[in-house]
Design a protein around this ligand. Structure first.
Ligand SMILES: Nc1ncnc2c1ncn2[C@@H]1O[C@H](COP(=O)(O)OP(=O)(O)OP(=O)(O)O)[C@@H](O)[C@H]1O
Length: 504
C-alpha cells in the first residue's frame, strides 16, 4: 500500500500508457522474475518509474492496472485518491493508510460487517430479483403433493412431498397417503415441506426467521444446508392446508438424519458405504469406525465454520438436525432457532429455546445482561466487538462435542444414556476428565483413545465450561486445526471413494 502511494501521481497513467506494460499478460508473474529493468524494452517516459520500483510493486501495479482498466469507477476513484494524497505531507499520508488499513481489518473481522452489508444491500435484492424472474418466488399449494409426516416441532410440522410436474394434473387429495406418493412414478422431484403452525404463539415469527436464514445461507454458504426452494401461503383450507398458513419448501436431501443412523446397532458402519464406498475394505473395524466418525465430525465442523463466519449461530446442533445425503454429505437443517449476531436477527435476551440434551451450561448464546439489539445497521457496526467479547459461536461447539461423544461412545446414543451422562457431567462441573474418573457407567472410549487419545483430547476441549473471557472451548476453525484432524486419512478415503464412484 505504501508503495502505491510512493510513485508520482502520473506514474500509473504512465504505466497504462506504456506499450510494454500494457502488453504483459496477466498470467505473467512479475513477482517470480528478477527485479525489472525493462528500460531496454520500453523507450518511453515510464522507464524511470519502473526502474525505481520493486518487482512487488510492479506486480501489484499490473493487477491494479488490469483492475482500473476494467472498472472506470475504480480508476477515477484511485486517481482522485492519489491526487488528494499527493498534496498531503508524508505523515498524513501514512495516517490515512493506517486508518484505511484498520477500518478494513475491522470491517472484515468476524462476523464480517462489510460482507454483511454487501449481502443485505446488494446480493439479497439481486437474489430476490433473479428468483422472481425464474419463478422461484411464486410457489403455490398446487405445485406440491404431500406424503408422510416426518416430524413435528413446537412451531411446525414436517412432511415429505413432491413437486407436481407441469404435464401432470393431480387429484387434489392425492399424496394423502405416503405410500402412493412414494410409489407414484410421476413424482420424481422429492421435497420436504414444513407447515408453520397456525394460532401458536411465536410460530409465525419462527417461520419467518427460518425462511430468512435459509435465504441468507443459500447465498453465503449453500453447501452447508439443505437446498431451500422457497415458501408459499395456502390459498384454501384442504387436507393439511389451512387457508393463509405458511409453508416452507426444501429439496429432499436424504432419507435419514444422523440420529436415525445412530439408532441402528451398526452405527457408524451403516454409513460406511455412503461415505467411503468400498475404500475401507480390509481396515480393522475400530479404525474403520474411527474414520467414519472423523469424517462426519470434519464435515459438521467445516459447515459450522462457514456458518459462523457469516455471523450465524445455529443454536440447535444435534444429530436429528443433520441430514445425510445420498452422496455422504452431512447437511444442517432446522434454522428456526438460529440467530444472526451480525445484525441481531432472532436474538432475544434471556430466551432459550433449545434441546437441553445438547445445550451448553451457559444456556444463552450471549450473556443474559446483553440488551436487545439496536436497528440492524448499528448492530452490524458493533458486531465485531460483540463477537470478540463473547465468542457466541462456542455455543454450537459444545453441541458438536456432545454429538461427537454420542457417535464415539455407544452407551451414550440412547436417550436414557445421554440424560444420565449429562447429569453426571453436570456433577463433574462440566469437566470431561473428572467425569471419566468418576462415572458409574463403564463407557467404551476406545475410539476416542486411538492415536494417543487425540479424539478424547478434542472432546474435552469442546465439552467444557466457558473459561476466561468466555473462551476456553475450541472454535470451529481451532477444532479443525486440532491434531485429531491432522492426519487426513478420512479425507483421503472420501476423495478416493468419490473418484471410484465417478469412474463407475
Ligand atoms: N431437506 C431435508 N431433506 C431430507 N429430510 C429432511 C429435510 N428437512 C427435514 N428433514 C427431515 O425432517 C425431520 C424434521 O425436520 P425439522 O427438524 O426441520 O423439523 P422440526 O419441526 O423443527 O422438528 P424438531 O423441532 O423436532 O427438530 C428431520 O429430522 C429430517 O429427518
Amino acid at each position: 500500500m505504501a508503495s502505491l502511494l510512493a510513485p508520482t501521481p502520473t506514474s500509473l497513467q504512465q504505466n497504462l500508457a506504456c506499450p510494454w506494460f500494457a502488453s504483459r499478460k496477466p498470467t505473467t508473474s512479475l513477482l517470480s522474475s528478477p527485479p525489472i529493468t525493462h528500460s531496454s524494452k520500453c523507450p518511453g517516459r515510464c522507464t524511470a518509474v519502473f526502474n525505481e520500483l520493486s518487482p512487488g510493486f510492479i506486480s501489484e501495479a499490473l493487477h491494479l492496472d488490469e483492475l482500473v482498466t476494467l472498472f472506470p469507477v475504480l480508476r477515477s476513484g484511485l486517481s482522485q485518491f492519489q491526487r488528494v494524497t499527493s498534496v498531503l505531507p508524508e505523515v498524513e499520508r501514512w495516517e490515512i493508510v493506517v486508518f484505511v488499513g484498520l477500518s478494513w481489518i475491522y470491517l472484515t473481522a468476524r462476523p464480517g460487517v462489510l460482507m454483511g452489508a454487501i449481502d443485505a444491500y446488494l446480493l439479497a435484492p439481486l437474489q430476490k430479483g433473479l428468483d422472481s424472474l425464474a419463478g422461484r418466488r411464486s410457489l403455490k399449494r398446487t405445485d406440491f403433493v404431500l406424503g408422510n409426516r416426518l416430524g413435528e416441532g413446537s412451531f411446525g410440522v414436517v412432511y415429505a412431498g413432491a413437486i407436481v410436474p407441469k404435464n401432470v394434473t393431480v387429484d387434489e387429495r392425492i399424496g394423502r397417503t405416503g405410500r402412493r406418493l412414494e410409489t407414484d412414478e410421476r413424482f420424481k422431484e422429492k421435497v420436504i415441506l414444513k407447515k408453520v403452525k397456525v394460532g401458536i404463539d411465536g410460530a409465525e415469527e419462527c417461520g419467518e426467521f427460518e425462511e430468512w436464514f435459509n435465504y441468507r445461507l443459500s447465498r453465503a454458504a449453500p453447501e452447508t444446508c439443505a437446498e431451500f426452494l422457497g415458501s408459499f401461503v395456502a390459498d384454501k383450507t384442504l387436507s393439511q392446508f389451512t387457508k393463509g398458513g405458511k409453508w416452507l419448501v426444501w429439496k429432499f436431501e436424504g432419507d435419514q438424519n444422523l440420529a436415525d443412523y445412530m439408532k441402528d446397532r451398526d452405527f457408524p458402519l451403516n454409513l460406511e458405504s455412503v461415505m467411503f464406498g468400498k475404500v475401507l475394505k480390509g481396515v480393522d473395524s475400530l479404525e474403520r469406525n474411527a474414520l467414519i466418525v472423523k469424517q462426519i465430525m470434519r464435515q459438521i465442523i467445516t459447515s459450522l465454520k462457514k456458518i459462523h463466519d457469516t455471523g450465524i449461530v445455529h443454536r440447535d446442533v444435534k444429530p436429528a438436525n443433520l441430514v445425510v445425503t445420498r452422496r455422504g454429505q452431512i447437511k444442517l437443517i432446522d434454522f428456526g432457532a438460529a440467530t444472526d449476531l451480525r445484525i441481531g436477527k432472532n436474538y432475544v435476551p434471556n430466551r432459550t429455546l433449545l434441546d437441553p440434551d445438547y445445550c451448553p451450561p451457559e444456556l444463552y448464546v450471549l450473556p443474559e445482561e446483553t440488551p436487545s439489539p439496536p436497528p440492524a445497521p448499528i448492530a452490524a457496526l458493533f458486531s465485531p466487538i460483540l463477537w470478540q467479547l463473547n465468542c457466541p459461536d462456542l455455543f454450537d461447539m459444545y453441541s458438536v462435542g456432545i454429538t461427537f461423544l454420542q457417535m464415539a461412545v455407544p452407551s451414550l446414543r440412547s436417550t436414557a444414556g445421554l440424560k444420565n451422562f449429562n447429569s453426571e457431567l453436570k456433577a463433574a462441573g462440566y469437566d470431561l476428565n473428572k467425569w471419566r474418573e468418576n462415572t458409574r457407567t463403564r463407557p467404551d472410549l476406545r475410539l476416542l483413545d486411538l492415536d494417543s487419545g487425540r479424539g478424547w483430547d478434542l472432546a474435552t476441549k469442546l465439552i467444557s465450561e466457558r473459561g476466561f473471557r468466555r473462551r476456553g472451548r475450541l472454535s470451529a476453525a481451532a477444532a479443525l486445526r486440532h491434531p485429531y484432524f491432522l492426519l487426513g486419512a478420512d479425507q483421503a478415503a472420501a476423495v478416493l471413494s468419490k473418484l471410484s464412484f465417478s469412474r463407475q
